[in-house]
Write a protein of this length. Sequence first.
Length: 402
Amino acid sequence: MESSVKIMQINNVTPKQIADTFLSGDTFLPLLSEKYLAIPGLCDVHVHFREPGFSYKETIKSGSESAAHGGYTAVCTMPNLNPVPDCLESLKLQLDSIERDGIIHVFPYGTITVGEKGKELSDMESLAPYVCGFSDDGRGVQDDEVMKSAMLKAKSLGKMIVAHCEVNSLLNGGYIHLGNYAKSNGHRGICSESEYMQIARDLELVKETGCKYHVCHISTKESVELIRQAKAQGLDVSCETAPHYLTLCDDDLIEDGRFKMNPPLRAKEDMLALIEGIKDGTIDMIATDHAPHSAEEKSRGLEKSLFGVVGLETAFPIMFTKLVKTGVITLEKLVEIMCINPRTRFNLNKDVGCAVFEIATPYEINPSAFKSMGKATPFEGERVYGKCVLTVCDGKPVYEEK
């Protein structure tokens, strides 16, 4: 699918000059020089900033600094917190932290159900004016009637259901993909059906309810095809995948917790299907599922480490290096799926800002340089292009390379 984004060439500029030129324009037309690229601030609709409840992993302050360091000016924070934002009183704790410590635009989700337990609906009506959507991320809603009720309520409130899709009865204690690596190394696997069967269920409910619906972090070829068919039928659906699912598969696994996330790295054929989904527009956007944990929690190997890797500070360079510079997708397409589509779908177009990347010089991904409190990334040591050197939000620099 051809991108509507056009790139404008510009020469002999500093990062500040290219940012000023970009921000003074009437449109958010990306600017490209031999050394620098200026684009709209990146937007990630799926991050975990861990506050309140788990501030030893990440805070609003460290998370938003991490986002700015990666070129992001807007993120949406998932609600698996303590307390979970299932009512306005609980959400206010997060809103106060965002107001105090957020250096970019941080938009919280409210939960679909009370306590993310999947039994009864959260106070969606009181939450609606303050949240970007409703999600029980980290858990799939198992009960069909609860999900149907949530869709109907969200539709009445003009909000989107943002679904983590996982059938609990099919997990069987798995923690990596049920594929060759798991079978060869004695690991318990997570089958692809656990993801795509719940997507299939939800899409039937979307047909019935007319709800606006978004699928989190898809990882399987079957998920891509289900969403492709749903879009062909005219359903109001969208989806995201993450950089690690587009560039890694279970052939790349090693016995290290930095390769453990949920959903897991799937088979190579799944990775290739996701790339095709990006190219033909089935997959709307890139989201990182930035999920920081402590060093100890990620040091227990594949079986016992907690699920989740960080991604805000690696997403653009990984996508630029592995997909754009190799000719898999165009730069225009990358801007579309990392800047424009997430903002458009989630109505986050206010004060877009600007990010400037140095694209001529390779560098090595070094987690010790991250602003995030989490350091676990499968891309540690990768040599990449596209280092963020300046991020501008609300007219002022929120990150600037010294």
